[in-house]
Design a protein around this ligand. Structure first.
Ligand SMILES: [Zn+2]
Length: 320
């Protein structure tokens, strides 16, 4: 009980700190830096096209191609925004490395590009027959004279070939960091102890304020940041889903994955992961490997980011 009351008091203090004029927290600022992460890389190929007659494409190559097109498109349409790719070549990166790049570059948005997959069923078909010899066992005589007689005979049996069936699932899905994993997100926010940029009102210079996230008040403040990140992640996720839908592709919505996605939890910023398509669905595999498909995805995501930036700026203008 006491603990709950203390937390309530801390929350009140944190809210007061956060909203007291003239300081406004950094979560209200516009979009200045976007981190684009090409999922997997190097020794980590990610999912591979494995159904029969697939292109055999590797997720790490698809994510790199789409990410490079996305980086180019974002730079073209948002020249005042810094766009930082986590990788531009086929190199392996530990998820910690990806998160470090995002945090060190002080991203305001983290976009992870991936391709989906799922367990494949095995099919079989008859490719011929073969003749096999079997033996019929009979017995002759009685008692000690009983004799075993083996008579060979031939049977024709089918020969089967086994193969991987393609996935029926297709489309693009956007994932957010899972609510039950938020303690990691909290940790990522709290790692930024001290130097936390706080934007001043228009009549004041931008300043840096030292928030100590190790204190109960700081912890509550971090929780407020976290829920704001979640709201923003949901906002950009929904905009992306809408733009994907506008291309005519199946848009499978904005979801939270039960397992959680580590890299989304480890970044101190709104973060989303886009499963661009199913690498084991024939239509999707061809789409995400094609120049046209990759460019269409890059443009749809960019359109959503442009709208998101506009919404942030409008919200900021209102609060000023
Ligand atoms: Zn992946």
């Amino acid at each position: 009980m006491l603990k709950i009351r203390l937390e309530a008091i801390s929350l009140a203090i944190a809210v007061l700190t956060l909203f007291s004029a003239p300081l406004r927290a950094q979560t209200g600022k516009t979009l200045k830096t976007i981190i684009v992460d090409a999922g997997h890389g190097g020794k980590d190929a990610g999912a591979v096209g494995q159904y029969e007659h697939s292109l055999g494409s590797r997720e790490k190559d698809v994510t790199l191609s789409i990410s490079m097109k996305l980086v180019a498109e974002l730079k073209k349409q948002l020249p005042d925004v810094t766009v930082v790719p986590t990788r531009t070549t086929d190199i392996y990166q530990d998820p910690k490395e990806k998160a470090r790049i995002a945090n060190e570059n002080k991203g305001d948005l983290f976009i992870c590009i991936h391709a989906d997959s799922g367990p494949l069923k095995t099919g079989r078909r008859q490719i011929g027959t073969r003749t096999v010899t079997r033996h019929k066992i009979t017995y002759k005589g009685k008692g000690k004279k009983r004799k075993k007689i083996s008579t060979p005979y031939h049977v024709v049996e089918p020969v089967y070939e086994y193969f991987k069936l393609p996935l029926a699932a297709k489309g693009t899905t956007v994932y957010l960091f899972a609510a039950h994993k938020t303690s990691d997100k909290l940790k990522a926010i709290m790692n930024e102890v001290g130097e936390f940029e706080v934007e001043a009102d228009s009549d004041m210079d931008s300043t840096t304020s030292a928030f100590d996230f190790t204190t109960p008040e700081g912890r509550m403040l971090a929780k407020i940041y976290m829920s704001r990140y979640q709201l923003k992640s949901d906002k950009i996720g929904t905009l992306i889903n809408d733009q994907i839908e506008a291309t005519g592709r199946p848009a499978l919505g904005v979801n939270q994955r039960q397992k959680g996605i580590w890299v989304l939890q480890a970044t101190n910023m709104p973060a989303i992961l886009i499963e661009t398509g199913f690498i084991n669905n024939p239509e999707d595999e061809r789409y995400i490997n094609s120049e046209k498909g990759q460019q269409e995805l890059a443009e749809a995501i960019t359109k959503a980011v442009v709208l998101y930036k506009k919404q942030l700026e409008e919200a900021n203008a209102k609060s000023n």
